[in-house]
Each structure stands twice: as structure tokens, then as C-alpha cells.
Design a protein around this ligand. Structure first.
Ligand code: C2E
Ligand code: MG
Ligand code: MG
Ligand code: MG
Length: 277
């Protein structure tokens, strides 16, 4: 445990840490059991993405949820890293993609242009079976590639490792778009956008939080939009919660907005009722 948290730090085994560790072990056990039991306890919620030009819902981001008797609803911020650590993200990530693709195909009967965004973990990139699985999923669900977006955290785009870039290129050559998630939180330079294999950049919500007070944050968003548009990348802003925030960014030329102001992540039935005609 101490090692994983940096060599210099001394970690004492306080009751608190033991409690955390016990919860983690129990949770991993429950996650594993759920996966083995046909993903019982897992579900997907869908958050609307708004096209700023038309002002309409253009699609949704699929967000994983986990519910169990012991701990109630557990946040993906907690369980996704555990799935990554244990390798369980491989089967679970496939389930997410399959479920979201099926849902998208279903909603396309109502809105033929509906686009589904699905998060991908770096651990899935490592797996040889990823690209064939995406291809099979499209084929078997009947979802056209252009209606799918794969979201991946910013830092993996910065990687100079060829295998990572190759996978992005392969995904894109299927016709699936790739989005760079949480942009601005990592260590990557803006300059990498020029050679980036991304179709969409999603600016992290930390830039929206202070957009009204901070000249830096407002300038950052405008600058990223300009730079991305120059090289043909679309831009989505995440985390718009208030009318004031929306007013501050509405003239910045963003392509998409995603945030609680327009809608939270909802279970499929509720998403359909709220956002589809
Ligand atoms: P993300 O991909 O950046 O997803 C956006 C997160 O921001 C979601 O949190 C969403 O509920 C939240 N959000 C959206 N708009 C607002 C807003 O206006 N205000 C605030 N305060 N929050 C907003 P969520 O659902 O808790 O997911 C957290 C993270 O967990 C995701 O961040 C993603 O990195 C990861 N995650 C979720 N589902 C999956 C999955 O199926 N696979 C993988 N690999 N990761 C997932
Ligand atoms: Mg549309
Ligand atoms: Mg995302
Ligand atoms: Mg994000």
C-alpha cells in the first residue's frame, strides 16, 4: 500500500486505512460476483449532449452505475479504478459498449441522427480484442459507426507509444469518432492537438466552475475552441450547471455542451421521456 502511494511517504496502518482496504476488498468481490451474475447490479445512465447550433439534444454519454445491498449506489469514480486494477474492466467495458450500442440503435428509430458516447479505459486499449470487439458490436447491434463516439481521457492521447496511437487510428478507420475526455486536466501540451487523432475534444468541467470570475478560464475555453476548429476538431464543454455559466460561454463557438443545466444522467426510460420526441 505504501509503495503504491510513493516511496517517500510513510503510511501507518491506521484503523481508517484498514477500513478503506476492507471496503475495497469487499467491493471488488461484489463487482466480480455481479459481472459473473450477468452484470446484475450494473446499469447505464444517459446524459444528454446538446448541439449548440440547433439547441437540441444530439446524443448522450453512457455513464456506468453500480448498486449493491451492502453499499447502496457506488460512484464510478470509486468502482472504475477498482475494475481497472483487477482487470475486470475488460468484461465490464464490453458490456457497457454492447448495452450502449443497443440502446443507441433503439433510439435511432426515433431520431436517426442520435449519437452515443461511450467511455473507454486505458486498460481496454491494451487488450488485443478491443478493435475486433467494437467492429463486432457495430455489426451485431446494427449500429452505424458514425453514431458512436469513444471517449478516452486526455493523457492517453499525449502518449507517444505507437500501440496507443495505432488503436486510435484503427477505431477511427472503422468510422467511429474518438473524443479526448477531461481536456485540460492532464499534463499534455495544447500543441499536441495539431497531430491529435481526436475528432472531438471535451473540455473538463473545472474550467466552467470559475468561468464567470476567471479571465484565464474563459480565455482557455475560447482558445481551445479556436485551436481545435483550426485543425478540424469539434469541441464539447462539460459541466455547465447554471444560466450564468451558460451565458458566459454561449458566444464562444462551442459545438456541444453537456451539463446539469441541460440534463443529468438518467436511466433509459427517463432519458427517453425527457429528451426524445
Ligand atoms: P466523464 O467521462 O468525464 O463523465 C462526466 C462526469 O461528469 C459524469 O460523472 C457526469 O455525471 C458528470 N457531470 C456532467 N455534467 C455535470 C455538471 O454539470 N456538474 C457536475 N458536477 N458534474 C457533471 P459520473 O457519472 O460520476 O462519472 C465519473 C467518471 O467515471 C466519468 O467521467 C468517467 O471517467 C468514469 N466512467 C463512468 N462510466 C464509465 C464507463 O462506462 N467506463 C469507463 N471506463 N469509465 C466510466
Ligand atoms: Mg440531430
Ligand atoms: Mg466521458
Ligand atoms: Mg469528462
Amino acid at each position: 500500500y505504501a509503495k503504491a502511494h510513493g516511496k517517500r511517504r510513510c503510511v501507518c496502518f491506521s484503523p481508517e486505512i484498514l477500513g478503506e482496504r476492507a471496503r475495497e476488498l469487499k467491493l471488488v468481490e461484489l463487482l466480480r460476483a455481479s459481472i459473473e451474475n450477468d452484470f446484475d447490479g450494473f446499469s447505464l445512465c444517459y446524459q444528454p449532449q446538446i448541439d449548440t447550433n440547433s439547441g437540441t439534444v444530439t446524443g448522450a454519454e453512457a455513464l456506468a452505475r453500480f448498486q449493491c445491498e451492502e453499499f447502496g449506489a457506488v460512484s464510478p469514480v470509486e468502482f472504475i479504478p477498482l475494475l481497472e486494477k483487477t482487470g475486470l474492466i475488460i468484461p465490464m467495458g464490453k458490456w457497457v459498449l454492447w448495452t450502449a450500442a443497443t440502446q443507441c440503435k433503439n433510439w435511432m428509430a426515433i431520431d436517426g441522427d442520435f449519437v452515443m458516447s461511450v467511455n473507454l479505459s486505458y486498460r481496454q486499449i491494451d487488450s488485443d480484442s478491443l478493435v475486433p470487439f467494437i467492429e463486432d458490436t457495430l455489426q451485431e447491434t446494427g449500429l452505424p459507426a458514425k453514431n458512436l463516439v469513444i471517449e478516452m481521457t486526455e493523457s492517453y492521447f499525449a502518449s507517444d507509444e505507437d500501440p496507443v496511437r495505432t488503436v486510435f487510428d484503427q477505431i477511427r478507420s472503422l468510422g467511429v469518432r474518438v473524443a479526448m475526455d477531461d481536456f485540460g486536466t492532464g499534463y499534455s501540451a495544447l500543441g499536441m492537438l495539431k497531430k491529435s487523432p481526436a475528432d472531438i475534444v471535451k473540455i473538463d468541467r473545472m474550467f466552467v466552475t470559475d468561468v464567470q470570475a476567471s479571465t484565464f478560464d474563459a480565455t482557455f475555453i475560447k482558445f481551445v475552441v479556436e485551436l481545435c476548429h483550426d485543425v478540424g476538431i469539434e469541441v464539447c464543454l462539460e459541466g455547465v450547471e447554471t444560466d450564468g455559466e451558460y451565458a458566459a460561454v454561449s458566444a464562444m463557438g462551442l459545438d456541444y455542451i453537456q451539463g446539469f443545466l441541460f440534463g443529468r444522467p438518467y436511466p433509459p426510460d427517463e432519458f427517453r421521456r425527457r429528451f426524445l420526441p
